[in-house]
Structures are given as structure tokens and as C-alpha cells.
Ligand binder design. Structure first.
Ligand code: F6R
Length: 646
């Protein structure tokens, strides 16, 4: 695999673009394409070693980043005869204390993702043992590294990167010559893992990790990073100084390393964020919008106040030369942004729609909102949902997954208890309900957090969330017959790890689109996180749209994407911005409050301690403030959308 930019240093030679990158970094359109390139490199290496009659020694990582690489390797084994008989592998790390068969162990992860599906001999793969007694740890760690050296060292090391720059579990502060050892995990690492563990208190405080020195000793190193959450740490590792505060920056010293990233993880790199500062660019509308909004934000000046000097001083003189005057550029971008703002997300009837984001006709549209979890509709686009209903459109909501893993045990018990009391109170004889209650109580009392809920408990938890979604629909004003609960099968594993989407998932979506025949579809467009539920939900919608796009009714259907609770679209990408008044913001908050099981501390809080309504309000206010600071009208809050064309 060749890296697309392997400059080392910060100054360009004549005729070559300047590069700020000190680590060869290859950017792919998406994580799937990138994972394919990495899997191909690994399989080529395995085959080459086979030809030479030698073992292939791989250093392997866990986490969400390498999962697709493993899935592709498994497929290559099944379909292309790729054998792992000559592979010897060493994993980077394991939590401490951790039983190998726990659902949270990296042992189990590796078996489920790779080892169980290929022909690697059992005696050929090694992971640090999370059960070694404390007194023996030091010797154990030395022997783990010795074992790697005894087979000739690592031919290839696969890495992910933590949001704090850790590689393996070498947290910030780890030295370049550190060896395999027990390490205390950073709070941010534990918080990131808390989603998987169902709460911070369940996440181990320590782990055994291969040191930085043995990682750097690998003959080849490839580091994967997907999604915008990794963008700033990638920028500092690739462009910043070598520092123990970002252990991934140590890789700048490696002779054969590549960072393989998707567009979102690359988004903070200078050549992506401000490409005009690095090389000549094609000034299409989108690039102009990106550069001008960036300039306006950097200088903290409204767009209409930017001067020729501002353009010249900030690497945009060629754009100026093309237009003649900064003022022309200002007006162009200002108008483009102005035209994204509308209080009529379903189109304004009887109005000229030339410069509006949506069509005026048909005046009454059928709208289908896809909500990956039961509360994404109201959290991410509650103001727009309300407007669409108030403006007389026929709005349907499709709740794609049950969301059952995010309900606390207590909450489930409370509801079963209610059913038993309800039945008793009204003289309804229902021994089944009482038995369910007793079984659930027994299960939840004895359950360890490494166990998966029983199907009954999962069902109850799903119903709790269904009830909340119905309450939101009533609150916004649509009949519950227009709320469609899809319970997509890929989600129903009872754990954070989901199955890949299958035919059944896609068919469910395809059938609903066929039934509703929508003029507008809204969907969560979180493309960055390759394994998150939102991305999988979108993949199913996209597959269904590709199948349906030739149907007649689809010719009249526009697809709008919103972002989940975590991040907003970049300002230059937004194609429709729906403003909200202070009252509308309050109303949306009350709609979010219908989701009581997700309030006051949730099972999967993650790194962000804010409640969902707070995240939504801060984000929507932030978007409005951004428009305001660029010199457009000042609204209380705004929801933003990008149009997806098929
Ligand atoms: C995993 C490991 C970690 C992860 C990193 C990123 O074995 O050592 O360094 O690679 O925490 O995790 P994900 O890929 O889940 O974002």
C-alpha cells in the first residue's frame, strides 16, 4: 500500500505542495474502502511469507477501528482461500483484571471478530493474560515481549488511536522507550469504553499493554482512524511535535509507518481543512463557501465585512484574482447561506421556490423520518418535525431499532411491576405477568454485568422505549398509526456489539418506503462512525433507496440528512437550516423529556456528561450563533440538514 502523501517536513520544494505532515497519511473516502486496502496489505504479506516458507508475525489491535479489516480478512479466508496457518499473532493489550471469556475481554473480541473464523492454529495467537496475579505481572510482561522476539519480531503492527493519542494502552505520559507493563487507564479512555461496559463504574481501571518500544520495533506499522472524534488527535500526531502527551506522535520516528484514515478523521489536517493554504485548489462553489466561512470565523468578522486585504493576507489571493473584488465573493457566499434558511422545511406553498431549499409543490407532502433510536427524531430534528406537522404535512416516523440496551434494569422492573399491579387492581387474572416479574427480578438480582439480558427483559426494555416514542408522537401531534416500530434485527444482540446488516433489515426499510411513498425522507447521516448504530441504520436506508430509486414515486422524493446528538454539519455543507424561536426550543425540550428512561443519567452516557436535551439545545444554539457571527439573521436556535442525492 502506497501512502498518498509521504512528505516528511514542513517546507515544499519548487513545484510541490507544501506539506505539514510528518507521517505518511492516506485518506480514503470511507472506512470500508480504507479497511479493504489494509486487509489487502495484510493478506499480501501473509501470502508472501507463505511463499518464503516463513511465519508471518502480526501485532493486532481491538476496538472499533480494525473490525472491518478483520471482517474482510475472514471473507478472504472463506472466499479466496487465504490461509492463516503461518500466522503468529500478538495482541496489544487486555484489561486487568479480566477473565478471558468475559463479554468485555479482548480475548473474546478477537475470537469473535477473527480467530474463530479462520484457520489460525490455537497455539499461534497470544493476548496478554488479564488474570495473572499482581506479584507475577512484571515477569509475565517481560516474557510476553520475549515471546515476540523469539519468533523474530513483529512483521506488521496494526494500531488504533485513542482520542487522547494512546496507542495500545500507552496513555499520554508513556515514554518512547516504555516496555510491556501494567498501566492505569486515563479517565478519558475509561469514559470512551463506558458505552460498551454499560457505565463508567464497570470499566476496569488498569490494563496490560505492549510498550511503545516494541510497537516501534515492528517492521511495518499501520494506524487506523475513523470519524470526526479522531480528527484533532490525528492532526496533532501527524503535524504536531513529537511529545509524550500524544504517544501516537512517536510514530513520526518510524521508518515504515502509514496512517490510514477516512475523510472525517482527516478533516483537521491542514491540507483538508484549509487546502488553499497548501496547494492551488479548484474554486468551485463549495470550496469558496468553505474558505470564506473559515476566513470569517478565523478573523471573527461577518462575511460582508471581509476586505481584499483579508483575502490576500490569508492565502486566498488567487480566488480574489478570479473574482476581481472581495465584495463580489462576500455577496455570493452571503446569498448562498441566506438561501439555506427556511421556516418551511416541507416547502412554502404558493411561493417562488427558486432560492428555497425545498420545493413548493406538492404543497402537502408525505414525510418519512427515520430515527435510528426511539429518540433521535425529537433530539436531532424536533423543531423541524413539529413544523412539518404544524404546516399540515403527513408525517410518519420510523423507529429503526428498539433501543432496548439503553434502558436501566430498575426501569424495566418498574414497568413490569406496574403491569402486575395494574392487572391486580383491575381484577385481570394474568399469572404470566406475575411470573415474568418474578423471573425478571431473580435475573436482575443475580445478574453479573458480563451477562446478556434474557429475551423477556430485553423485550420489556424495548417496550419502555416504544412507549416513550409514542408519547413524543402524541406530543408533536401525529397519530401513533404513523409511528412505525421496525425493530431491525441487526440490533437485537443484547450487547453493544451488533450484527452486520442483513437482507431482512434492508427489506423492512424498503417495504416501509414503498408503503408510505414519501416526498421527503429525513435520516440520520452519521457516516463517520463505522460501527455505531446510526451508521448501520443509514447503510440499510441507502441500500433500500438504491433498490427503490427507479420506482416512479421515488422520482419525486428528496432525502435530507440530519446529524445525531453529537456533532453538527460543517457550516459550508448545510443546505437547509430551520430556525427555532425560544418557545419552540422549550417545546422541543419537553418533547425530549418524554424519553424518561434516557434522562437523569443514562446507561450509555459515554464521554459527554450532558443530558440529551442539553446536547441538542447547545448544538442548535451553536448553529444559530454561527449564522449570526457570519453576519446573517440572529435566531435562538437552528436545526441543520444536508441533501443526499441518489
Ligand atoms: C485496542 C487498543 C486501543 C484502541 C484505541 C482506539 O487494542 O489498544 O489503543 O486501538 O483505543 O479504539 P477504537 O478503535 O475503538 O476507537
Amino acid at each position: 500500500m502506497q501512502a498518498s502523501n509521504n512528505g516528511k517536513g514542513t517546507s515544499g520544494t519548487i513545484g510541490q505542495p507544501i506539506t505539514y505532515e510528518k507521517i505518511p497519511t492516506q485518506i480514503f473516502a470511507d472506512s470500508k474502502e480504507a479497511s479493504y486496502a489494509v486487509a489487502k496489505e495484510i493478506s499480501d504479506l501473509i501470502r508472501q511469507k507463505q511463499k518464503e516458507g516463513k511465519p508471518c508475525v502480526l501485532g493486532l489491535a481491538t476496538g472499533s477501528s480494525p473490525k472491518t479489516v478483520y471482517a474482510i480478512l475472514v471473507r478472504m479466508h472463506r472466499e479466496e482461500g487465504l490461509s492463516f496457518k503461518n500466522v503468529i499473532s500478538f495482541n496489544l493489550d487486555e484489561y486487568y483484571q479480566m477473565e478471558p471469556d468475559s463479554i468485555y475481554s479482548y480475548h473474546r473480541f478477537m475470537k469473535e471478530q477473527l480467530f474463530n473464523h479462520v484457520d489460525i492454529p490455537k497455539e499461534n495467537y497470544f493476548l496478554p493474560d488479564g488474570t495473572v496475579p499482581a506479584a507475577m505481572l512484571r515477569d509475565y510482561c517481560t516474557s510476553y515481549e520475549n515471546k515476540i522476539n523469539a519468533v523474530g519480531g513483529l512483521d506488521f503492527q496494526l494500531l488504533g488511536i485513542g482520542g487522547n493519542g494512546h496507542i495500545g494502552f500507552n496513555e499520554p505520559g508513556s515514554l518512547i522507550n516504555s516496555h510491556t507493563r501494567l498501566i492505569t487507564l486515563d479517565h478519558s479512555t475509561r469514559a470512551a469504553a463506558s458505552m460498551e461496559f454499560g457505565g463508567l463504574h464497570n470499566v476496569p481501571r488498569k490494563a496490560i499493554t505492549l510498550g511503545v518500544a516494541p510497537i516501534l520495533n515492528a517492521r511495518r506499522v499501520v494506524l487506523l482512524a475513523w470519524g470526526e472524534r479522531k480528527a484533532s488527535v490525528i492532526k496533532s500526531a501527524v503535524e504536531g511535535p513529537v511529545t509524550e502527551l500524544n504517544p501516537a506522535s512517536y510514530l513520526q520516528a518510524h521508518a515504515d509507518v502509514s496512517f490510514v484514515v477516512d475523510e472525517s478523521a482527516a478533516s483537521e489536517l491542514t491540507r483538508i481543512k484549509t487546502p488553499w493554504a497548501v496547494d492551488s485548489v479548484i474554486w468551485d462553489n463549495k470550496m469558496i463557501k468553505k474558505a470564506v466561512t473559515h476566513l470569517s470565523q478565523t478573523l471573527k468578522k461577518p462575511i460582508l465585512k471581509l476586505t481584499d486585504k483579508d483575502y490576500n493576507d490569508n492565502g486566498m489571493s488567487d480566488l480574489l484574482a478570479q473574482y476581481g473584488a472581495g465584495y463580489e465573493i462576500n455577496i455570493n457566499v452571503f446569498n448562498q447561506l441566506q438561501h439555506t434558511i427556511t421556516g418551511w422545511p416541507g416547502g412554502k406553498p404558493n411561493a417562488d421556490d427558486t432560492h428555497r431549499p425545498e420545493r413548493a409543490q406538492p404543497a402537502k407532502k408525505r414525510v418519512l423520518i427515520f430515527s435510528p433510536h426511539p429518540d433521535d427524531d425529537i433530539i436531532s430534528m424536533g423543531g423541524t418535525f413539529q413544523r412539518l406537522v404544524d404546516q399540515g404535512h403527513e408525517v410518519h416516523v420510523a423507529y429503526q431499532t428498539s433501543g432496548n440496551i439503553a434502558v436501566a434494569d430498575d426501569e424495566a422492573l418498574r414497568f413490569i411491576d406496574f403491569v402486575v399491579d395494574f392487572n391486580n387492581g383491575f381484577g385481570i387474572d394474568s399469572p404470566n405477568a406475575s411470573k415474568l416479574f418474578q423471573d425478571a427480578k431473580d435475573f436482575l438480582r443475580h445478574t453479573k454485568n458480563s451477562e446478556i439480558d434474557t429475551p423477556e427483559v430485553r423485550k420489556v426494555k424495548g417496550l419502555v422505549r416504544r412507549g416513550e416514542a409514542k408519547a413524543t408522537c402524541r406530543f408533536v401531534g401525529i397519530p401513533t398509526s404513523q409511528a412505525h416500530f421496525l425493530d431491525m434485527p441487526f440490533y437485537e444482540t443484547g450487547t453493544v456489539q451488533k450484527k452486520p446488516i442483513g437482507e431482512e433489515d434492508i427489506k423492512i426499510i424498503e417495504n416501509l418506503i414503498e408503503e408510505v411513498k414519501p416526498h421527503q425522507i429525513y435520516a440520520a447521516g452519521d457516516f463517520a462512525d463505522p460501527h455505531g448504530t446510526h451508521k448501520v441504520c443509514w447503510d440499510a436506508i441507502e441500500a433500500a433507496l438504491q433498490r427503490s430509486k427507479h420506482k416512479n414515486f421515488m422520482k419525486d422524493c428528496w432525502v435530507w440528512l440530519y446529524r445525531g446528538a453529537w456533532a453538527e454539519w460543517d457550516i459550508y455543507e448545510i443546505e437547509m437550516a430551520v430556525p427555532m424561536s425560544p418557545d419552540q426550543v422549550l417545546k422541543k425540550r419537553q418533547g425530549i423529556f418524554k424519553h424518561q428512561s434516557q434522562k437523569d443519567g443514562v446507561v450509555f452516557q459515554g464521554e459527554d456528561s450532558r443530558e440529551f436535551w442539553q446536547r441538542a439545545e447547545e448544538r442548535n444554539r451553536g448553529t444559530a450563533q454561527l449564522y449570526d457571527s457570519l453576519g446573517l439573521a440572529e435566531y435562538e436556535a437552528m436545526e441543520a440538514f444536508v441533501r443526499w442525492k441518489f
